[in-house]
Write a protein that binds this ligand. Structure first.
Ligand code: FE
Ligand code: FE
Ligand code: ZN
Length: 278
């Protein structure tokens, strides 16, 4: 059974996200833990979580992926910017325990001119501060397009971060098809080779989620512009091959494609379910 969903608004709480997901034949979903540009998170409503658990069970939703605000930068040079990232991470991971056993995705960070080595160490240090042995949440580092000073544009950089994390059992990777394509990994023409390289560098056991996006730009463009499935340079057939690939097919897939409303994602989910073999 294909586990697929899209990025939903969390404005009306967890129960509403399960309802929205169910309404478009999704059986998972992603959301921002707070305003994507940062800011304070709404307190967790225990009644909402309980209503969510009930609806999720009926709808066959077992997993979701919370996404950290994308402005947060644990590799920042400015102490106050870095402290903000640490505060957000610690608070989000605490809140995640209201829904035990789920996944939390973050962009590793940008080294802002300090160099990749410094950035990698700052990110690992941040994770060593916020991860707790007793947490049930798995923190995912997202593969990035490598634009600007982004860390995580190569599998090797993600492997270096994870290699320096003490509680690495709580850490995995989310592979974004648009980002890796823009980073120069040919998931359209050489998917097996890309996964082999991922396995060599990071280990496929670390791969826990896929962001399924087409890319506006050519292979290696380092741009990061998502487009709808089949409307970009990766193409529908290649993305259908991703959801069918024997080593990926049991993972949850999350669409982060630009859509005007839920019906756009409903159509993409229907098309990908139709393309799923077995
Ligand atoms: Fe992301
Ligand atoms: Fe993504
Ligand atoms: Zn992106």
């Amino acid at each position: 059974m294909l586990t697929i969903g899209c990025h939903l608004s969390s404005a009306k709480g967890y129960r509403q996200m399960a309802a929205d997901a169910a309404s478009i034949d999704a059986n998972t979903f992603q959301f921002f833990t707070r305003n994507p540009r940062g800011g304070k998170a709404k307190p967790i409503d225990a009644a909402d979580v309980q209503a969510f658990e009930e609806l999720a069970q009926q709808a066959g939703i077992e997993r979701f992926l919370a996404h950290a605000p994308y402005t947060m930068n644990p590799a920042a040079a400015k102490p106050e910017t870095r402290q903000f990232a640490l505060d957000v991470l610690a608070d989000d991971l605490l809140r995640m325990e209201a829904t035990p056993g789920q996944m939390y995705n973050m962009h590793p960070g940008c080294h802002v001119g300090q160099g990749a080595e410094v950035g990698i160490q700052l990110i690992a240090d941040a994770l060593n501060e916020v991860l707790a042995p007793e947490q049930t949440t798995t923190l995912l580092l997202e593969t990035m397009a490598g634009k600007g000073t982004e860390i995580g544009g190569t599998f090797a950089e993600l492997a270096q971060i994870i290699g320096r994390v003490e509680l690495a059992d709580h850490v995995g990777v989310c592979l974004d098809t648009c980002h890796v394509w823009d980073g120069g990994y040919d998931v359209a023409g050489r998917l097996d080779d890309v996964l082999e390289e991922f396995d060599r560098e990071v280990g496929l056991d670390r791969l826990r989620a896929i962001h399924l996006n087409d890319s506006k730009n050519v292979l290696g463009a380092r741009k990061d512009r998502h487009v709808r499935i089949g409307e970009g340079e990766i193409g529908f057939d290649a993305l259908a091959a991703v959801v069918n690939h024997e080593t990926l097919r049991e993972l949850p897939f999350f669409l982060e494609t630009p859509q005007d409303d839920l019906s756009g994602w409903a159509a993409e989910i229907a098309a990908l379910r139709a393309a799923r073999q077995g």
